[in-house]
Design a protein around this ligand. Structure first.
Ligand code: SF4
Length: 371
């Protein structure tokens, strides 16, 4: 790919695969933490970053440390990874953080780095659910930990919540989510539990709530989040005004995001690339200097864009689609748009197409109609 100037927002994702223990539901690329392996991997990340800097890098509006458990990095490592990057003045720099690690000294050290947004893997305020998910923190400890971060100066904190656990009902959801919404958080991400065939929780797949129960939970979750002052801006995400995740918006709006680290996937100038989910293969890629190894010209750029844009509450702008792809969004889709409108599943005001409230829980099926 040729180097040129960035005119659109650009993000950077950095994958830190280490975890102290494995949670049964997790499908991310993770590895058991060891100091030596972590230090070796850190050096690979630095090499990959330096290769990007050498090649030329546009201004970064967001950086996101995801994992795994990025909070296992030391403050020196975080600062070193960010050092030399062309960060925008107001860059959003997020780090996923495991609640078990939040202590006074952790917060104090993290404040020495440019990280200014934290995404906490809270998941539930019920100990039974935390234990089921194999999380190591306890619900009663969460409020003090969030307060500690807030007092250390972190004023942009997001919390993850997982619903739809086996056997759960609306009462369980209220108990697990309502106290979480009372925490001084600026953002909430609510995910439906997915159990994969090859995961430790696979025997429980048959115990997952039926679709109608899950739909009730989804709409109850929206109701509780809205009552607590959060505005929904994406199918699974809620924010207080001005605290939407700018990094995740890059993905949903089809903007570019570079990726560092094993298993990390980036999207850059019409190409999507994914690094191998294997430490040795990743080391080889870094050694070879192939920054965009496994790149894939996006034959499916339009379906990807439609799928991501319609996840946003503001929907897809017909005008922007035309300017981005040189095509009329309605061409070949008008009959479907009219049918979905008639069924009450989309709202089409002429300029924008978006999912209706009724379509949010079945968004994949509705969006598939338009691909
Ligand atoms: S801590 Fe996070 S990344 Fe690690 S296994 Fe658990 S859910 Fe997965």
């Amino acid at each position: 790919m040729e180097q040129d100037l960035q005119v659109r927002p650009l993000g950077l994702y950095i994958h830190i695969p280490w975890c102290l223990s494995h949670c049964g539901y997790c499908s991310f690329f993770t590895q058991k933490y060891s100091r030596k392996a972590s230090d070796d991997y850190f050096r690979l990340l630095i090499s990959e970053k330096n290769a990007h800097l050498k090649r030329g890098l546009g201004e970064l509006s967001t950086v996101y440390f995801g994992g795994g458990t990025p909070s296992l990095l030391t403050s020196q490592q975080i600062s070193e990874l960010l050092s030399g990057l062309p960060l925008a003045v107001n860059a959003e720099i997020t780090m996923e953080t495991n609640p078990i690690q939040i202590t006074d000294s952790f917060a104090e050290e993290l404040r020495k780095t440019p990280v200014n947004r934290l995404s906490l893997g809270l998941q539930s305020m019920r100990d039974e659910e935390l234990a089921y998910l194999q999380r190591k923190h306890r619900a009663a400890d969460i409020p003090a930990k969030v307060k500690l971060l807030q007092e250390a100066g972190f004023d942009n904190i997001s919390g993850d919540y997982i619903y739809g656990l086996p056997g759960s009902d609306l009462g369980d959801l209220d108990l697990a989510l309502a106290p979480l919404l009372q925490l001084p958080l600026q953002h909430i991400s609510c995910y439906l539990l997915e159990i994969y065939e090859d995961s430790a929780l696979a025997p429980d797949i048959g115990l997952l709530p039926a679709d109608d129960v899950l739909a009730q939970q989804y709409y109850r979750m929206r109701e509780l989040a809205t009552q607590a002052g959060f505005a929904q801006y994406e199918i699974s995400n809620f924010a207080r005004p001005g605290h939407e995740s700018r990094h995740n918006l890059l993905y949903w709006q089809g903007d570019d995001c570079l990726a560092l680290g094993a298993s990390a996937c980036g999207y850059y100038k019409g190409l999507r690339y994914c690094h191998p989910a294997d430490l040795e293969d990743y080391a080889q890629i870094v050694g070879s200097g192939e920054l965009f190894a496994d790149e894939d010209p996006l034959a499916d750029a339009i379906p990807d864009y439609i799928m991501m844009r319609l996840r946003l509450m503001k929907g897809l702008s017909i005008k922007e689609f035309q300017s981005r792809f040189g095509q009329d969004f309605r061409a070949g889709r008008q009959a479907k748009l009219e049918r979905l409108s008639y069924l009450g599943l989309i709202r089409d005001d002429g300029d924008n197409v978006r999912l209706s409230e009724a379509a949010l829980f079945i968004s994949n099926a509705v969006i598939a109609e338009l691909l």
